[in-house]
Design a protein around this ligand. Structure first.
Ligand code: UDP
Length: 474
């Protein structure tokens, strides 16, 4: 069980967005699998039910959940909205995130009544939590949910001012530290792409960067063997030190398909996948995470592309039928299933019938696909997803890219471009190569998380040991 030598009390504080909450709760599960570790998870009232349900299999004696209020009457944010997937538009991310600063007094009052804290892992978006950690005298580790590749590439772009003065969005720019990697302006979002960045989004970005570089470490949801070059590079030149403790989605292994499961408790889409498996048919899983914004025009092209590709598909989406085009679901009945509920994505990816994933390349989805041994058809939309797509298709080669009309990373995708790449991933030679590669990686990922032995397991043990020594010096 490692060499952890004293009691630890760890505070975890995720940002209120599913892609940030889920991996931090997985981290809680990993910590709780160790002896003499207790965990306190901070959240808000509206996020508490999701958090409690997620942690319901963990020891209640060792894990507590504290909710502190999300501020009321924040301009532009509808009352009761406490997570980004419920925002009317992702353009409200800045006011939503900036307002979390008003949670600081509640957070600090709650900390006063907690047992001594060994260290905290808080989200990079909650920049102000570093002040609280400093006041209370414990180290803060940052969590962004990014991998070392994206962190190192972003750092190189910033340090070398690669985007300054670049006119064309699609000009290929070479990274001096990694000359085989070429990026474009379109791989990044504002404020990074603004020629003269200023305003609330830039100010928030700077607050987060400053707070990160003054933190004790960064928790990376990745495994060393996936990106040794970038993990080593970051720890040679980047700050603060990165700790690879993932894939966090393996904190709890999903049940194996062979294990009998009560048919009644299975969701309809899993029964549908079971039938496809019995028929010997493979299925493409289609999902774009919890917060992607896709235009009505683009949705119709996706629907047509899937229809024309003739592959079996399971599409998880939060849109009305009309937005997919009239009669679409009826026409693809039997071959395609559209689901509008919250699903257990890991359960789907792990299903034996699923042989491809059309994904926005959110890092959690990407890692879940790697762990399940499912190749990716990459369609990045926002944040660091374009970098994840580059990593997946160019660096590790476990997937292909959708074909955009103008060939750029984030261009419009016509149904023909989608159909062609869907067929290639599901039945073509390139798809098969990617499948072989990702299956190899899924084995390595499992080994990295092996209790007591894997590189990620040992890395978390080392982190616990190191923070323990810090406490002893106090
Ligand atoms: N997810 C899920 N069910 C859904 C939608 C999303 O379990 O219906 C999970 C998914 O498995 C992943 C997370 O939500 O763990 C989404 O994170 P990701 O980084 O992939 O994308 P984001 O939503 O942050 O864009």
């Amino acid at each position: 069980m490692g060499s952890i030598s004293s009691d630890h009390h760890v505070v975890l504080f995720p940002f209120m967005s599913k892609g940030h909450i889920i991996p931090i709760l997985n981290l809680a599960q990993l910590l709780l699998r160790r002896p003499r570790v207790t965990v306190t998870v901070f959240t808000t009232p509206a996020n508490r039910p999701f958090t409690s349900k997620f942690l319901s299999n963990s020891s209640t004696a060792a894990c507590s959940i504290v909710d502190i209020p999300y501020p009321e009457n924040v301009p532009e944010i509808p009352a009761g909205v406490e997570s980004t997937d419920r925002l009317p538009s992702m353009s409200l991310y800045v006011p939503f995130t900036r307002a979390t600063k008003l949670m600081q007094p509640h957070f600090e009052r709650a900390l006063e009544s907690l047992p001594r804290v060994s260290f905290m892992v808080s989200d990079g978006f909650l920049w102000w939590t570093l002040d609280s950690a400093n006041k209370f005298g414990f180290p803060r580790f940052v969590f962004y949910g990014m991998n070392n590749y994206a962190m190192s590439v972003s750092r190189s772009v910033g340090q070398n001012r690669l985007l300054s003065g670049v006119q064309s969005d699609d000009e290929l720019l070479i990274l001096p530290e990694f000359p085989w990697i070429k990026i474009t302006k379109k791989d990044f979002d504002p404020p990074i792409t603004d020629p003269e960045p200023k305003g609330p989004d830039f100010e928030l970005f700077i607050d987060q960067i400053v707070s990160t570089s003054n933190s004790y470490g960064v928790i990376v949801n990745s495994f060393y063997e996936l990106e040794p070059l970038f993990a080593d590079h970051w720890n040679r030149v980047g700050k603060p030190k990165s700790w690879c403790v993932g894939p966090l989605c393996l904190a709890e292994l999903p049940p194996k398909n062979e294990e009998p499961k009560n048919e009644l408790s299975k969701p309809a889409w899993i029964k549908w996948l079971d039938r496809k498996l019995d028929e010997g048919r493979s299925v493409m899983y289609v999902a774009f995470g919890s917060q992607a914004e896709i235009s009505a025009q683009q949705l119709k092209e996706i629907a047509t592309g899937l229809e024309q590709s003739k592959v079996n598909f399971l599409w998880v989406i939060r849109k009305a039928e009309s937005e997919l085009g009239d009669g679409f679901e009826e026409r693809v009945k039997g071959r395609g299933l559209v689901v509008r509920d919250w699903v257990d994505q890991k359960e789907i990816l792990w299903h034996g019938s699923v042989q491809g994933f059309l994904s926005h390349c959110g890092w959690n989805s990407t890692l879940e696909s790697i762990c399940a041994g499912v190749p990716i058809l990459a369609w990045p939309m926002m944040a660091e997803q374009p970098l994840n797509a580059r990593m997946v298709t160019e660096e590790i080669k476990l997937g292909l890219r959708v074909e955009t009309c103008d060939g750029s990373v984030r261009g419009f995708v016509k149904w023909q471009g989608l159909e062609k790449t869907v067929r290639e991933l599901m039945g073509g030679e390139k798809g098969e190569k990617a499948r072989t590669k990702v299956k190899e990686l899924s084995e390595i990922a499992r080994k990295a998380m092996e209790e007591g032995k894997g590189s990620s397991w040992r890395c978390l043990d080392m982190l616990l040991d190191e923070t323990c020594k810090l406490e002893q010096h106090d």
